[in-house]
Ligand binder design. Sequence first.
Ligand SMILES: [Zn+2]
Length: 175
Amino acid sequence: MLDLDHPMTQHIFAASGAKDRVLQRAKRMTLASSQQRLKMLEACGADLEKMRQLNREHFKASPFIFEAIDELEAALQTLAALKKGAIIEDKSNGEGHCPGCGTQITKFKTNSLSRAYFERTKHLQKEDENFMESMMPQPSDFEDRWHIYCDKCLDLIMPALGKLASPEGFCTDFI
Ligand SMILES: [Zn+2]
């Protein structure tokens, strides 16, 4: 269980946020046109830089983490350049097959806590006497979310993400 008062906790959360944003963009990249992929790759740059900065300042400049970030960046570039950058189709609606590798697209829906819930609750203080009650999710705090991506193409980035999440990395597996 993660200790919320531990000084490293906020840095692990920051790393986790950057990693998740990259993962979400990578999922969209698997179904986008080559032109869109390049835009999303560029958007990942700030999060990769954020991870490097966190590593320098709070994770003792771990060589393991730097290498995993480089590996992630290279994998994102590979994902962006599939089919030699000539993908014109956009399969973001999840119908049919992956424009990069031809695999059947993965598409499913989950019902989970909304971003609005986390926004609503993130400033609550544990010390407040109504803390538990205020944290309790209401039915309106849940929302449907579609997950649409090519599982096989996404595998390109998973080894690097796994390293970053591991105890040797940012340790985000334990959040
Ligand atoms: Zn694919």
